[in-house]
Design a binder for this molecule. Sequence first.
Ligand SMILES: [Zn+2]
Length: 237
Amino acid sequence: MIEQRLQLPNGQSIQYLLDLRARRTIGLKITANGLVVHAPKRISATQLQQVLLEKSGWIQQKLALREANQVAPMQWQDGEPLLFMGQDIVLTLQHHATNKAVTLQGNQLLVRSPQINQPAFVARKVLQWYAQQALPDFTRRVELIAAQMGEKVSAVGLSNARSRWGSCNSRKQIRLNWRLIQAPPHVIQYVVCHEMAHLKEMNHSARFYAVQASLFPRYVQAEKDLKALSPILHRMA
Ligand SMILES: [Zn+2]
């Protein structure tokens, strides 16, 4: 991908990533990295510019929307809001002479340590805590659904992928993104059911969706909820 800049007649400019491929049409996508343009390999600069100028209204609107939806990254400071299984909790930092285990007390996620003024340290402790909560929760969901399906799963693990919520391979290993433990239970359940449905159908065919619907009938709504929540779930890097 090549970094490019589109100069607009009003003096503003739009930065974008250009991806030249063997294709016939120009495709525009707004991603976490901004505008990505997929274009045919042999397109001329003038041609490309013309198309982008024609679409610049749409592009600017989408980019503005994305910016409005952007969530500030974590600062790992006392009092910061966090999300755990759909509940709002508060990061609470307390100076302590020795490192204590991170604990959830009421709606406070308590980190007690001599190093609470080191954001990288706090981040590591909190992420560890989330992963520790995620694995048993996900594993239990997988086991219950496996029993219901009459299937066997060989392993359940956590993933740290930026762009995927889960995966299932032909060796029947299920991996789920630890960030999901921040989401409400129905969203977690939906993703687990989606991956489990892949045990029967390794694709996204109509048959796959039938299996998914049998495991989790309200998957359309849950998928929407997950999409809407996604920026917040990605606050923690
Ligand atoms: Zn899938």
